[in-house]
Design a protein around this ligand. Structure first.
Ligand SMILES: Cc1cc2nc3c(=O)[nH]c(=O)nc-3n(C[C@H](O)[C@H](O)[C@H](O)COP(=O)(O)O)c2cc1C
Length: 187
């Protein structure tokens, strides 16, 4: 019997907020992952400094080096993004910029990436997700296209930290299965 390869996913939330719906969504994903998939959540987004090419290369800040190492080691990324003013929160876009430069080793090229997002509004981060997908064209990444996980009215879907909405659970489950398939395509 062939042994099933494990898939290590790095989860990144685009929100720094303690009570963030997106961070909660990310933490809930672990329990919805297919067999063999492990999701670690990146915790240090707040420590990534603004991108400056003068400080890239050998001078890259330690927080950036650590972040890059975690991304390099991951088979895939799972990003949960809020929507700020119809687009990607600055902190998340900034972190992605550090991953995309030549000095960063173009860490996103060929990387399977699943995108999801939550908001207490009726549009559930859909415009931010679209903007993220545009970024992943330039970075030559391999984003999962479907299902789209747009968690609108997010405040109705959690009981404390627990994701209780079964429809959302099912969507996340299917997103992670598609992500696993994307990783397998590249093996
Ligand atoms: C600066 C800012 C801009 C926002 N812009 C939008 C927006 O364009 N569309 C939207 O649906 N919600 C917007 N919101 C509301 C967010 O969806 C809401 O704060 C959400 O809870 C953020 O995600 P989080 O819970 O993961 O922190 C904005 C919030 C902030 C702080």
């Amino acid at each position: 019997m062939s042994e099933q390869a494990s898939t290590n996913v790095l989860g990144i939330s685009g929100s720094l907020r303690q009570e963030s719906f997106n961070t909660r969504l990310l933490h809930a994903s672990g329990a919805l992952a297919p067999l063999g998939m492990n999701i670690d959540v990146y915790e240090d987004l707040a420590h990534i400094p603004p991108y400056n090419s003068d400080n890239d290369g050998e001078n890259a800040p330690q927080a950036v080096e650590n972040f890059r190492a975690q991304v390099r080691d991951a088979d895939a990324l799972l990003i949960a993004t809020p929507e700020y003013n119809y687009s990607i929160p600055g902190v998340l876009k900034n972190a992605i910029d550090w991953l995309s430069t030549g000095d960063g080793g173009q860490l996103l090229a060929g990387k399977p990436i699943a995108v999801m997002g939550a908001a207490p509004t009726a549009f559930g981060s859909v415009r931010a997700q679209l903007a993220l997908r545009q970024v992943f064209v330039w970075t030559d990444s391999k984003p999962v296209v479907k299902p789209e996980v747009i968690v609108f009215n997010a405040h109705e879907r959690f009981d404390g930290d627990k994701l209780v909405d079964e429809g959302t659970q099912d969507l996340v489950r299917r997103l992670l299965q598609s992500l696993a398939a994307k990783v397998d395509e590249g093996r």
